[in-house]
Write a protein that binds this ligand. Sequence first.
Ligand code: NDP
Length: 328
Amino acid sequence: AQQPVTVTVTGAAGQIGYALLFRIASGQLLGSDTPVRLRLLEIPQAVHAAEGTAMELEDCAFPLLRSIDIFDNASEAFSGTNIALLVGARPRSQGMERADLLEANGGIFKPQGEAINAGAADDVRVLVVGNPANTNALIAQAHAPDVPAERFTAMMRLDHNRALAQLAKKLNVSVNDIRKLTVWGNHSASQYPDIFHAEVNGTTGAKAVDDQAWLENDFIPTVAKRGAAIIEARGASSAASAANAAIDHVYDWVNGTPEGDWVSAGVPSDGSYGVPEGLISSFPAVSRGGRWEIVQGLEIDEFSRERIDASVRELSEEREAVAKLGLV
Ligand code: NDP
């Protein structure tokens, strides 16, 4: 039998945590042969609520779930962890300036990076979900100098899945008919979902659509602003779809992406496509041998160039802002 894998989830008592933990415990994160040990991190006032979720997890009698431990201390929570899902973050409250938001999140992601550096397993892989996810990942990475930088990633998979679903609906095809879609840049309204390289039944996404107005005025804003539309409709932010995307990202990272396809992942830039080195930006990515690789050599036309650059500029500004705060 396989050795258990230790998975740490922060913000475990939150909405996304509630949608995520049961799927991890049931085997959907790592596969149906892999036993799991869960370590949950919460702020002290939410520990009791996390205990409630843990009781429900116990009540599912999941065959793969070996243990559940709850902590309000990052060092303990990340001790021996193989997979760290950083979900808990400080949301932007009304009237909060961006610098304040970044500083508040620095107070969360800096100690978590340090704890990962000090105590996580050698093969630790980190996915940051909590927003601003790309820059929070950069902060954690900066405080984990002994962990290879490429192990810190930010979740762009929800944006990717949203784009897949919108394109499939427009073309009246199944999502299985679409390959090689990319969302570039930041997990924010500036993200750029690119259908020019996507393949749909023998042609490109852009040619299959053949409707520039739809692309510019419908598809791109619908994907980028989907989070707000869900808050408006549901009265709460998207949680199950965010949890689902986190599962997809880690499953693919560990098990590899399918041949002939790629996904979107927020990974440290090596300078590809003009994205400044070190920024954690979304790229077309494949996972091979347990590592993300940026897909190389795509031709970027002027329309895409402008949009990628705008989103990457925002990431650079966020990096400058956290650098000023001494966080990276
Ligand atoms: P959620 O579980 O709904 O969201 C958690 C984080 O995920 C937020 O930063 C949220 O960003 C982000 N997120 C990323 N993608 C999405 C998406 N598509 N839809 C919605 N959210 C997305 O928040 P809750 O408030 O329910 O729970 C957060 C929990 O985290 C609380 O229990 C809190 O106590 C805990 N927490 C734990 C910390 C720790 O462990 N040290 C630190 C801080 C908080 P956005 O705000 O932009 O929606």
